[in-house]
Design a protein around this ligand. Structure first.
Ligand SMILES: [Zn+2]
Ligand SMILES: [Zn+2]
Length: 364
């Protein structure tokens, strides 16, 4: 009896102490209590210690939607996170209380053909942190399947663990485009996703990487992260022809693979035109739901267009890249905030303004 009483007391205490950042309306975030789902036998409870703000979180914050996903009721925001195991389900063997872990945010159904074939990122029933209607992880604690929590190597920090999520996008894109030691890579866009794609492409062995943006400051960051050349472009469509030549000259040899990390008509048109015959253009940034691009001339040169949706099976490789120092994500973390009402608001404003912010990180 005494044991049961204790359990009831603990769960009541937790209800009071587990706070989360709820998105209540456009540009309205409030720290409020978050009652966790019960811990299943295969689940773990994680004390979140680090969480990065993603472009999609900012989109939800500004517009209450992202692509076809609409926020219809209050939702806990956030998905790029790492923390410390606080409790394990009765059947969990792989993790122990106190382990530091990076969390993969999407839970597939495990029953559909995509899940069964290993393409679980395409699962139509995916439950993904902070993608409506699924609550996110900007909270003191979350409950998550143990098999989506990856133990951090000793020399990898919790902040770096949280960076596995955006880095995974770059790793998945490089796998899809089969980047290797003979692949010269063009990257359109030097924002957070362009930069993780740069880091991933280098780790996959790309010998020469050219990165393109409209913003000179962002290009200087890319240079510091190891880009071989950068090209500053305009937003004007009529400049595209001359810019393609400039980009090809900056590469100095054939462009085998291009990643469009923006997703405007102009960035995609430039990528299609700049890529060599028989090469690949990988569309990562989805700024526009529809694009008008000269596809036919690219198709007539056997340029393959590859789509990207999030990632799959990338955490172990990301952690290996971080452990061995093949990738250093620390320079991408430009701003840090604590977890108070004021700081949550300031952090999202900072991330929404863009400017010099690359990755805005919470330390909880
Ligand atoms: Zn993200
Ligand atoms: Zn599924």
């Amino acid at each position: 009896m005494g044991h049961n009483d204790d359990e009831i007391k603990i769960s009541r205490d937790e209800e009071e102490e587990n706070l989360a950042a709820w998105l209540l309306g456009i540009k309205t975030l409030k720290i409020q209590p978050y009652r966790l789902p019960s811990l299943g036998p295969q689940d773990v409870k994680v004390r979140i210690k680090a969480l990065g703000i993603c472009g999609s979180d900012v989109h939800h914050f500004k517009t209450m939607r992202c692509a076809n996903f609409i926020v219809k009721k209050p939702m806990v925001i956030g998905h790029e996170c790492a923390g410390i195991i606080e409790e394990i389900g009765s059947e969990v063997k792989s993790l122990e209380v106190g382990d530091r872990v990076a969390l993969e945010p999407g839970i597939g159904c495990r029953r559909c053909n995509f899940c069964k074939n290993g393409s679980y990122n395409l699962c139509p029933e995916m439950k993904f942190f902070g993608s409506p209607p699924t609550n996110g992880s900007l909270a003191h604690k979350v409950v998550h399947p143990a098999n989506l929590c990856f133990k951090l190597p000793e020399n990898v920090s919790l902040d770096e663990g949280a960076m596995c999520e955006p880095l995974s996008v770059g790793v998945h894109a490089c796998r899809r485009a089969t980047v290797g030691p003979e692949t010269n890579v063009l990257i359109m866009g030097s924002g957070p996703i362009g930069l993780v794609t740069l880091l991933a492409a280098r780790a996959f062995g790309a010998p020469r990487i050219v990165i393109v943006d409209v913003d000179g400051h962002r290009l200087s960051i890319a240079e510091n992260l190891g880009a071989d050349a950068t090209v500053q472009v305009s937003t004007l469509e009529e400049d595209a022809g001359a810019e393609v030549v400039k980009i090809q000259n900056a590469m100095g040899s054939d462009i085998d693979v291009s990643f469009d990390c923006v997703g405007f008509n102009k960035t995609m048109s430039t990528a299609l035109a700049a890529t060599r015959s028989g090469g690949k253009v990988c569309l990562i940034g989805l700024a526009k739901s529809e694009m008008t691009v000269p596809l036919t001339p690219a198709a007539a040169r056997e340029v393959d267009v590859i789509g990207i949706f999030r990632y799959r099976n990338t955490w172990p490789l990301c952690l290996e890249f971080l452990r061995t120092g093949k990738i250093d994500v620390k320079p991408l973390i430009t701003h840090r905030f604590g977890f108070s009402q004021k700081e949550v608001e300031d952090a999202f404003e900072t991330s929404a303004q863009g400017g010099n912010a690359i990755k805005v990180m919470f330390n909880l």
